[in-house]
Design a protein around this ligand. Structure first.
Ligand SMILES: *[C@@H]1O[C@H](CO)[C@@H](O)[C@H](O)[C@H]1NC(C)=O
Ligand SMILES: *[C@@H]1O[C@H](CO)[C@@H](O)[C@H](O)[C@H]1NC(C)=O
Ligand SMILES: *[C@@H]1O[C@H](CO)[C@@H](O)[C@H](O)[C@H]1NC(C)=O
Ligand SMILES: *[C@@H]1O[C@H](CO)[C@@H](O)[C@H](O)[C@H]1NC(C)=O
Ligand SMILES: *[C@@H]1O[C@H](CO)[C@@H](O)[C@H](O)[C@H]1NC(C)=O
Ligand SMILES: *[C@@H]1O[C@H](CO)[C@@H](O)[C@H](O)[C@H]1NC(C)=O
Ligand SMILES: *[C@@H]1O[C@H](CO)[C@@H](O)[C@H](O)[C@H]1NC(C)=O
Length: 483
């Protein structure tokens, strides 16, 4: 009796401590020097059904602060849960393949130029596979609020317009040019219709019969396209007005654009949104991609928003490699990588040209780099049983028997001693929710001479700064999920 009396408060206290540990304890992964020690549960970042709902702070409202304009950036997925992964990775592969084809085309065009100008008339696929372009934002065109896909791998911004010959279903109302006093079509004898459009889409505009309209056409690798009239209009990014912005008023559009109104092109040529707003924003934009797939938002910032960032490491800049022939893409020089603090040796680092893209999901590495990186990862992850590969991912594990997993750190190194530590949410890809098939979230290119791609999966929880005027790209660690 006496014992029971003494014990019960002790038990209550222990239960309370246990409660604190389980419910109140912070969810942050333990970061050792060369590994993240993280619970299996916490690792399932992409999945809100099972993953951690972390922050409860308000989503980003569009606003201007200290000279920078901040827009909300949301993850956008129209895929049903069924076969979600299979489709996503299949489409991701289509985009990566299409980017390679586009680079090849530009190269061919460069070589052929002196012999024939015909190559210039080839409509190039932009490499955009829209279902994989998972990040959307809202801007105002004329006075219509419009949700568009954000793409750093293409240049022309376009939205669906009335009168429509063929429009897919979108959530926002269609943009109606005739009700906007600030709308103007671009003349077909202008250099905008010829030279600029050629650089942006690979094909120059054609004239309407009355020569008052410039027709554009932009085809995508999967048969999706947009066709319409090149026009100018006042747009607003948050509360910053951009008059005379050149965009595509799409009257015939087909494809899987997931209910959005169109696309925002943030590539490198003069028609891209970042080039056209150089006066307002100095040719600088940045984004921070959230880790969660649903109900979570990051930010897209135009202008030097350094003071508005929530970065926890300083922004360090690496040089963008200039390459005028490869129109919209941003290229960097990757000089090394390390797994769990162990540097990787690979011949592929000697010519380290790699492109960074907001629309490709999984990072693609030249075979020489992928092979050594995989070998080192396997060596450090050998405690866990392997599992069958999945789609483009060939390094998979069965983690279902583990409560806690020790994930080696992954660092990418760029010219100028810029080290980018990939967030723990960007290292492994959960194919099966129960953890029985979890893969290293990187893939190999087929050939050594293809160009690698830094995908968005590895850019999560990073502030990525595109300084197009200074021709440099900055990285900083930043927690990105705001809701
Ligand atoms: C458009 O979006 C802005 C900013 O979110 C909002 O203040 C405004 O009310 C919206 N306008 C319309 C017509 O929905
Ligand atoms: C372009 O065409 C318009 C009429 O359609 C004409 O007024 C203008 O002078 C032309 N501009 C050039 C540069 O040829
Ligand atoms: C997102 O939030 C909405 C509204 O709060 C909710 O109805 C929906 O189920 C959530 N979606 C997911 C995938 O959590
Ligand atoms: C932004 O401004 C800061 C402080 O003036 C400067 O150090 C930084 O280089 C600028 N960044 C860009 C991308 O212009
Ligand atoms: C890479 O090369 C360096 C020097 O050549 C060597 O010391 C190191 O062990 C190599 N690392 C791997 C992972 O092979
Ligand atoms: C994965 O591991 C668990 C526990 O270790 C085992 O029960 C299960 O059969 C394994 N699953 C597969 C698909 O190998
Ligand atoms: C990348 O950087 C390395 C080391 O600074 C340099 O040797 C190499 O020439 C650079 N590659 C390119 C394509 O600029």
């Amino acid at each position: 009796m006496q014992m029971a009396h003494l014990l019960s408060p002790v038990l209550w206290f222990l239960a309370f401590v246990l409660f604190l540990l389980i419910v109140v304890a912070p969810s942050a992964a333990v970061v050792e020097d060369n590994a993240f020690v993280v619970s299996l549960h916490e690792l399932k970042f992409g999945d809100d059904e099972f993953g951690f709902s972390s922050s409860t702070s308000a989503p980003q409202r569009p606003r201007t602060q200290k000279g920078a304009t901040i827009l909300e950036l949301r993850h956008h997925s129209t895929l049903s849960k069924h076969k979600k992964h299979q489709n996503l990775l299949k489409m991701d592969e289509a985009r990566a393949t299409s980017i390679q084809a586009q680079i090849k085309n530009y190269n061919k065009f460069e070589k052929k130029k002196e012999f024939s100008s015909e190559a210039a008339q080839l409509p190039l696929s932009s490499g955009v596979k829209l279902q994989t372009l998972n990040y959307v934002t809202t801007i105002t065109i004329g006075s219509t609020n419009t949700t568009v896909i954000v793409d750093t791998g293409s240049d022309l911004t376009w939205v669906q317009c009335t009168p429509c010959t063929a429009c897919y279903t979108q959530q926002d109302p269609l943009f109606n040019p005739s009700s906007s006093p600030t709308y103007l079509s671009v003349l077909c004898n202008s250099t905008t219709c010829t030279t600029s459009l050629q650089a942006a889409t690979g094909i120059s505009g054609s004239c309407s019969q009355d020569r008052n309209n410039c027709f554009y056409a932009l085809g995508y690798g999967d048969g999706s396209y947009t066709r319409g009239i090149l026009a100018q209009e006042t747009i607003a990014l948050g509360d910053v007005q951009v008059p005379n912005f050149i965009f595509g008023c799409g009257r015939s559009n087909r494809g899987l654009f997931g209910g959005t109104s169109g696309l925002m092109g943030l590539g490198r040529t003069q028609l891209s949104l970042v080039s056209q707003t150089t006066d307002q924003f100095g040719g600088v934009f940045s984004y921070c991609l959230p880790t969660k797939l649903y109900n979570s938002s990051g930010s897209l910032v135009f202008g030097n928003g350094t003071s508005t960032f929530k970065n926890v490491t300083p922004v360090s800049y690496t040089r963008m490699i200039a390459d005028p022939t490869l129109a919209p893409f941003y290229f960097l020089n990757i000089t090394g990588a390390s797994v769990g603090g162990i540097p990787i040796n690979a011949s592929g680092f000697a010519n380290g040209k790699i492109l960074i893209d907001s629309g490709t999901v999984i990072t693609r590495l030249p075979p020489s780099i992928y092979k050594s990186l995989k070998a080192e990862f396997m060596a450090q992850f050998s405690a866990y049983p392997s599992a069958a590969g999945f789609s483009i991912l060939d390094t998979c594990f069965n983690l279902s028997g583990y409560d806690e997993v020790r994930v080696p750190t992954l660092k990418l190194e760029f010219e100028g001693d810029v080290d980018v530590s990939v967030d723990v949410s960007g290292i492994l890809y959960f194919v099966k929710k129960d953890g029985s098939q979890v893969c290293l979230a990187l893939a190999s290119l087929s050939y050594e001479d293809q160009v690698g791609i830094i995908g968005n999966y590895q850019q999560k929880n990073q502030r990525v700064v595109y300084d197009t005027v200074g021709s440099r790209l900055g990285f900083a660690k930043e927690p990105c999920s705001y809701s």
